[in-house]
Design a binder for this molecule. Sequence first.
Ligand code: OGA
Ligand code: MN
Length: 217
Amino acid sequence: MHTLNEQSLHETLDTMTEYGWAQSDRLLPAALCEALYVEALEHERRGDLLPAGIGLGREERPDVRGDRIHWLDRESPYPAEHAFLSAMEHLMTALREHFRLGLNAYEAHFASYAVGRAYQKHVDRFQAQNGREISTVLFLNPNWSAADGGCLRIFHPERTDEVMATVEPKLGTFVLFRSRDIPHEVLPPARTRYSIAGWMKNMDAPAALLQGTWSRS
Ligand code: OGA
Ligand code: MN
């Protein structure tokens, strides 16, 4: 069974090739996104979400990064978590074949940004060796309106002050981008904002050997 919408998948691969980032609102089934939203609320209710850290020392700097997170787990009792992780495996296979990237691991966490909390502009490959190649973000906010803020702002890889896109964190909107060179930031929301941020990684090759692997196969 393929959880991913095949048409969206093809469009996503083409856009990634051209721009290094892509957005799709139909890649994942709506019912799965709704179940993941319910699960995020459940983690919140149970107190599973813990303050996130930054950099190598995972230092807590709520002024720089204000979310609270809970890592997804293949052993989780929630079926939606399994369905999401297997959809990401499918996407990782497609990206691996399309870009000939050595992607072999995926990690992801739920994130909750309370009112006014943000994540300042950053790139996800904060250390040379963390192996992150492709970042994914699935937004989990029903009935989100422009006044609720909380957009993900994506910048140009070379002209890093140039905004390429401003994405509203609506339920079902999915974004992916190159971890190594696409700066992005989370703007502060006016109501609690949920997402799942994830990373496809190459755990084998040293970072230096990965230069130039972004040609299309
Ligand atoms: C991150 C990140 C964006 C989001 O966790 O590195 O950029 O919208 N998250 O959750
Ligand atoms: Mn990030």
